[in-house]
Ligand binder design. Structure first.
Ligand SMILES: O=C(O)CCC(=O)C(=O)O
Ligand SMILES: [Fe+2]
Length: 302
């Protein structure tokens, strides 16, 4: 079975131009070939993420979690079990979520936060995730021969979203029931941390499902639909899903995702370097906001 590459960011953060370019090329190759890889040493420690998982676990145990219900227009709030169907042809997802968009600009107070301690931790986690996503997007920019801050200029935080996910324990699952149905992500880049239970799978080019097991000290990253459109399908937006593994069914599973998506008014049309006479533009231009809101609305369970 195919394995996903692991890319070490140490040379990108600590070395000169050659080391930076080598990491940039590796990250773009992985996105071209599979659309998914692991990254390590990119600025988030395992200790910090262990603390984040503990905070997330406490949140999902807190009955007050439902006091900030998910609002589609804001892409913000708590979504209960089976509230989302990432694959609308299958039973709705066996997961609950807390979605936090544009945290830096989200006001304090009970409409948005279950308590001030939780708010303080999430603001810190959001800032770290955003910084890490920026580092990784800078590598993408270099690998795609764009100005190094190309993505930073278009990701102010407005549509960058932190999401806590909890797949609760379950005794059995019915036919076709998944934790998260098969889907592609919507935007530029997703950075995903998972606990030790496993279950994430990524579809290879031959249609076979490749396991993406947890590896301590790493995050899984993938490129989403808008990155595929921007790059005229040079980079992939690869289908993935979460299947219920025995350990997760027994004890539950947690993951924490950061969706680094472009500001609403950014027009996504292919990079000049990715179109040619032989390969004309595959998609009409679309604004990031219209595309992402369309996908969010389509994923709500009916
Ligand atoms: O929980 C996971 O490991 C993956 C979740 C996911 O793919 C998503 O929320 O887009
Ligand atoms: Fe996903």
């Amino acid at each position: 079975m195919q394995k996903l590459p692991i890319i070490d960011f140490t040379p990108f953060l600590q070395e000169g131009p050659e080391g930076r370019q080598a990491v940039a090329n590796a990250i773009v190759s992985a996105a071209r070939e599979v659309g998914f890889c692991y990254v390590k040493n990119f600025g988030m420690s395992q200790d910090f993420m262990d603390a984040a998982f503990a905070v997330s676990e406490a949140f999902f145990k807190n009955p007050a979690k439902t006091s900030t219900p998910f609002k589609v227009e804001l892409n913000h709030g708590y979504g209960g079990l089976k509230g989302e169907a990432l694959d609308p042809s299958k039973p709705a997802d066996l997961k609950e979520t807390l979605t936090l968009r544009d945290v830096a600009k989200t006001p304090s107070g009970a409409d948005y936060w279950v308590n001030p301690e939780f708010e303080a931790f999430m603001r810190c986690l959001y800032a770290s995730m955003r910084r890490s996503a920026s580092t990784i997007m800078q590598a993408f920019a270099m690998g795609l021969e764009l100005p190094v801050d190309y993505f930073d200029q278009r990701h102010s935080g407005e549509v960058q979203t932190l999401r806590l996910l909890h797949y609760p324990p379950c005794k059995f699952v019915s036919e076709g029931q998944l934790g998260a149905g098969e889907h592609t992500d919507y935007g530029t880049l997703t950075v995903l941390f998972q606990d030790n239970k496993g279950g994430l799978q990524v579809q290879g080019l031959d249609g076979e499902w490749i396991d993406a097991p947890p590896i301590p000290g790493t995050a899984v990253i993938n490129t989403g639909d808008l990155m595929a459109r921007w790059s005229n399908d040079t980079l992939r937006s690869t289908p993935h899903r979460v299947i219920p593994r025995p350990a997760a069914m027994k004890e539950g599973r947690q993951s924490i995702a950061f969706f680094s998506d472009p500001d609403s008014d950014v027009l996504i049309e292919p990079f000049a370097t990715c179109v040619s006479e032989k390969k004309p533009a595959l998609y009409p231009p679309v604004t990031a906001g219209d595309y992402i809101m369309g996908r969010i609305k389509a994923s709500q369970a009916k």
